[in-house]
Design a protein around this ligand. Structure first.
Ligand SMILES: *[C@@H]1O[C@H](CO)[C@@H](O)[C@H](O)[C@H]1NC(C)=O
Ligand SMILES: *[C@@H]1O[C@H](CO)[C@@H](O)[C@H](O)[C@H]1NC(C)=O
Ligand SMILES: *[C@@H]1O[C@H](CO)[C@@H](O)[C@H](O)[C@H]1NC(C)=O
Ligand SMILES: *[C@@H]1O[C@H](CO)[C@@H](O)[C@H](O)[C@H]1NC(C)=O
Ligand SMILES: *[C@@H]1O[C@H](CO)[C@@H](O)[C@H](O)[C@H]1NC(C)=O
Ligand SMILES: *[C@@H]1O[C@H](CO)[C@@H](O)[C@H](O)[C@H]1NC(C)=O
Ligand SMILES: *[C@@H]1O[C@H](CO)[C@@H](O)[C@H](O)[C@H]1NC(C)=O
Ligand SMILES: *[C@@H]1O[C@H](CO)[C@@H](O)[C@H](O)[C@H]1NC(C)=O
Ligand SMILES: *[C@@H]1O[C@H](CO)[C@@H](O)[C@H](O)[C@H]1NC(C)=O
Ligand SMILES: *[C@@H]1O[C@H](CO)[C@@H](O)[C@H](O)[C@H]1NC(C)=O
Ligand SMILES: *[C@@H]1O[C@H](CO)[C@@H](O)[C@H](O)[C@H]1NC(C)=O
Length: 794
């Protein structure tokens, strides 16, 4: 006995001594997850797992098409007749009447689209108790996409390793030990389970659960299946569980399919699981790792090593806690959060049959009532999810899912324009949608519900995609038709006001103001108005993009291009208010929430381009004044808002403020597993902030939205103390950038590859002089396809 303990101890010392973690790429803990805020998530774009790593393991399983209910044809029959009166009320400064009458007559009786639901869980009980687990480590490698836990139990080593495979379309987990062990496996779900079975026939150890979004089949139904494989010992059935005993390796393969994609949804899980079982865990894992790593490494970023290098071996929660006080000691934590964001977009957003984009939870959630219903909120959040994928070299693999959903929504949105506005041509969407493409207004408030502008915003993602990928087939066959349908709605909806074309009824998401003195309820809060600045910025970009699309397709004089160029010139311009700020609304109302989280009137700064300091310094300066005012008043008060703030300062070329705000994300908005939250630790996460963070970091390193490849436009000296590098970052219009910098930041070298042979316009930080291939850069350079150009300091 004594001997055994000593042996176990020396083993432990040896193991602990050689365990090191890469502080830029790996999240790790020395305890199981106490609750859902420290689970480690992996996914293959459609399926997700979160692992607790606890004694009795509970893996939460998600599938991105499990939503409650079915398509709901929601529309208020009064809306068609009501909206012209609401517009007139607003023109007459009767904001109160417009709000009440508009909500009562334009909001459908059912004001809720579908709700994202959890899948269920796999439990694996190894008969162990937490107190006797020792030498515990639990980790997520953001590059390979693997999560696992290792520990010893009574001196015996145990290991768990989970993967979510895109190529093999399954989830898999391996439980292993040096010594034979036993386990009880079960599939579970808390609601709407129709039946569940366990069986072991023909050597197939199966757990099968049928469930759905309602209490009986007929809505959105699904099958959840697990197959257990042991290397030795045996598997038997006990009621609806499987008892595996005497093995050293237990592999469980899992799949879920729903009626959203497969009429024979159970058969689809058989197909993927038959194949997975025959390939075996090692092959499934290797395929998954190769796929995830290749995609993750399609662009690589480094900020060098943390000045306190020892701290990178601390657990992620300890590092996060230390970061609050000394952020400059652990720059690798910033890199880790960046790498985790890439892991999350790869995990929640891939190409596929009727692919779905990352929702508010990505796809990971453990109940049927996620925060904000886990929907597609399209007045910022879902768009933010995709801001970084172009420059981050992930667009083709991840963003097609957004376009698939837009295709699902298109017929709904065309119908909504007719049914709700009586507008026969064009499509309209409001501020949320679900997997059926629901286009009706959601919830019931003047600051968010009646905003008919989401489709133009979504449309801009098409052109951004094409600018990075040059996918002209997509442009011709999917992008342009969607953009033209979107534009067609405003051909009728826009009206002339004070000499230019404006929208209304509308709002500036989701910001309230006080009704002015000459209104019907002075001093009362509302959100509804005509001509909010953001609407005109979105339409300016939509018309720009239609024009650009025709040019890219070699048809610049198409009558549609001419038409929308002309309409663009008639749009209401951006106005500057009394203290020099971009005016958010038609008049300079008194702000009810001057620190508001949405930066709607600064849309044209980021993700748009109209307010870029390289294009219009007047508008850039006015943007800065409004942004500073938001921040002075407590702005950036959610994780996603803070990411937008950071990216916006980068667009204003203010390196230090941009970096400081990105650091604030880590100080205030991340859970210990690095998931973004709305308001700090303890609150449920919302994934948009993780993705917005990617965009903020990228905007510091390179910008290309004006057509100029702008190297190190806004990278703080605090971010560059340990130097840094980026490989394969994409610039718009056909360039990829490898770049290294030293402290300063001082450009060491950039190698720019011309992928299309386009002309290259360059700029380095603040217009610093540069050489291209040893010659002074004086202006745009002609390139040939495949050419590599080396940029150095002059
Ligand atoms: C951590 O991983 C990154 C990316 O793979 C690599 O560049 C870096 O050298 C690694 N750091 C250490 C200390 O091994
Ligand atoms: C929305 O709010 C308006 C005004 O407060 C009210 O009249 C209407 O009944 C509400 N509609 C729904 C669906 O709750
Ligand atoms: C976990 O244990 C496995 C099996 O012993 C080992 O191969 C692996 O390196 C360990 N990983 C970590 C991070 O400790
Ligand atoms: C379980 O429910 C599914 C879906 O309703 C049904 O097709 C299947 O026959 C049921 N199986 C059993 C064993 O009841
Ligand atoms: C690791 O975290 C612990 C607990 O917060 C702290 O005391 C220690 O100083 C940290 N290690 C380093 C190298 O910073
Ligand atoms: C212009 O756009 C409409 C769709 O809005 C389309 O039907 C028409 O063919 C286009 N015109 C040309 C000349 O391409
Ligand atoms: C109307 O247009 C004029 C001239 O551009 C401008 O000065 C004024 O502020 C505008 N008023 C409103 C309410 O848009
Ligand atoms: C478009 O029109 C302009 C001006 O009329 C003309 O110079 C140009 O050649 C036309 N381009 C094409 C591709 O037809
Ligand atoms: C910048 O924008 C302002 C306000 O819209 C406009 O008056 C001015 O002409 C623009 N300047 C340039 C250089 O485009
Ligand atoms: C913008 O602001 C900067 C800094 O305050 C100032 O130097 C510059 O002249 C301003 N530009 C314009 C066009 O107002
Ligand atoms: C650009 O120059 C300004 C003014 O000299 C300076 O404040 C700023 O830090 C510089 N920007 C960067 C990214 O170095």
């Amino acid at each position: 006995m004594l001997f055994q303990v000593v042996a176990a101890l020396s083993l432990v010392v040896a193991r602990t001594a050689c365990q090191t973690y890469n502080g830029s790429t790996t999240i790790h803990f020395t305890t199981p997850a106490g609750d859902y805020t420290s689970v480690l998530p992996i996914g293959n774009g459609r399926l997700g797992i979160t692992m607790y790593g606890s004694a009795a393991e509970k893996l939460v399983l998600n599938e991105d098409s499990i939503w409650n209910g079915n398509f709901q044809n929601r529309v208020n029959p009064n809306a068609k007749a009501a909206w012209p009166k609401v517009r007139q009320d607003l023109l007459d400064n009767k904001y109160n009447e417009a709000g009440n009458y508009g909500l009562a007559n334009m909001v459908p009786e059912n004001d809720e689209p579908g709700v994202y639901n959890t899948g269920g869980y796999l439990t694996a009980d190894l008969g162990q108790n937490q107190n006797s687990m020792a030498d515990y480590t639990r980790w997520l490698d953001t590059i390979s996409g693997i999560t696992g836990a290792n520990y010893t139990y009574n001196g015996v080593q145990f290991s768990r390793l989970a993967v979510a495979s895109y190529p093999d379309n399954v989830l898999a987990i391996r439980f292993s030990s040096e010594q034979p062990f036993d386990a009880t496996l079960a599939l579970g779900r808390d609601e709407n389970v129709y039946n569940k079975t366990a069986s072991t026939s023909n050597g197939m150890n199966q757990l099968l659960t049928y469930a759905g979004s309602g209490s009986s089949p007929g809505g959105l139904d699904f099958a959840m299946q697990a197959r257990a494989v042991v290397d030795s010992g045996s598997v038997s059935v006990d009621s609806n569980t499987l008892k595996a005993s005497g093995m050293k390796t237990l592999d469980v393969f899992m799949d879920i399919q729903t009626t959203y994609r497969e009429s024979d949804y159970k058969g689809a899980t058989d197909t993927s699981l038959d194949a997975a079982v025959s390939k075996g865990f090692d092959t499934i894992r290797n395929n998954a790792v190769q796929d995830h790593s290749n995609l993750h490494k399609s662009m690589q970023l480094s900020f060098g090593s943390s000045s306190n290098s020892a701290i990178t071996q601390n657990t992620t929660d300890q590092r996060l806690a230390a970061f609050k006080n000394s952020p400059d000691d652990d720059i690798e934590l910033m890199t880790l959060v960046y790498n985790f964001g890439r892991h999350l977009i790869i995990g929640s957003s891939r190409q596929g049959n009727k692919a779905l984009p990352a929702n508010l939870m990505g796809l990971w959630w453990n109940t049927n009532s996620p925060p904000f219903a886990g929907r597609f909120t399209i007045n910022i959040n879902i768009e933010m999810n995709y801001w970084a994928v172009g420059a981050g070299n992930l667009a083709p693999e991840t963003q097609m899912s957004l376009f698939d959903l837009m295709d699902v929504a298109r017929p709904r949105a065309l119908q909504m324009a007719k049914d709700m506005y009586g507008i026969e041509q064009g499509l309209v969407m409001h501020h949320n949608t679900d997997l059926w493409g629901d286009s009706a207004p959601t919830d019931n408030g003047t600051e968010y519900t009646l905003w008919p502008m989401s489709a133009p915003w979504l449309s801009t993602h098409y052109l951004e995609h094409v600018r990075f990928t040059n996918d002209l087939d997509l442009l011709k066959n999917r992008a342009l038709p969607f953009m033209l349908d979107t534009a067609a709605f405003y051909d009728t909806f826009l009206f002339e006001y004070n000499g230019s074309m404006v929208t209304g009824p509308s709002l500036s998401p989701e910001n309230p103001f006080y009704m002015p003195k000459d209104s019907d309820s002075p001093g009362t809060q509302t959100g509804m108005d005509i001509a909010p600045a953001m609407d005109n910025q979105l339409l300016w970009q939509l018309y720009n993009d239609i024009d650009e699309a025709y040019s890219l397709l070699g048809d610049p004089n198409n009558s549609n291009a001419t038409k929308y160029r002309a309409l663009q010139a008639k749009l209401r311009p951006n106005f500057i208010g009394s203290y020099g700020e971009i005016l958010e609304w038609r008049y300079e109302y008194v702000d009810a929430d001057p620190g508001h989280r949405h930066l709607s009137p600064l849309w044209a700064l980021h993700p748009g381009k109209q307010f870029s300091p390289l294009l219009n310094e007047t508008l850039a300066n006015a943007s800065r004044i409004l942004l500073d005012n938001r921040m002075i008043n407590g702005g950036g008060n959610t994780g996603w808002s803070r990411a937008w703030v950071s990216a916006s300062y980068a667009r204003l070329l203010d390196a230090d403020t941009s970096w400081a705000n990105a650091q604030e994300t880590l100080k205030h908005f991340l859970l210990v597993n690095l998931w973004n939250t709305d308001s700090g630790s303890g609150t449920p996460y919302q994934i948009d902030g993780n993705f917005g963070f990617l965009s903020a970091i990228q905007e510091m390193i390179m910008q290309s939205h004006t057509g100029t490849v702008h190297l190190l436009p806004a990278l703080s000296s605090n971010a560059a103390k340990a130097g840094g590098s980026v490989t394969n970052m994409l610039a718009r219009y056909g360039f990829s950038v490898d770049m290294e910098w030293d402290e300063g930041p001082k450009l060491k070298q950039a190698v720019i590859t011309s992928n299309l042979g386009n002309e290259l316009t360059l700029r380095l930080t603040n217009g610093t002089a540069i050489n291209v291939d040893g010659n002074a850069y004086k202006g745009p350079v002609k390139t040939s396809k495949g050419q590599k150009l080396t940029v150095t300091l002059a």
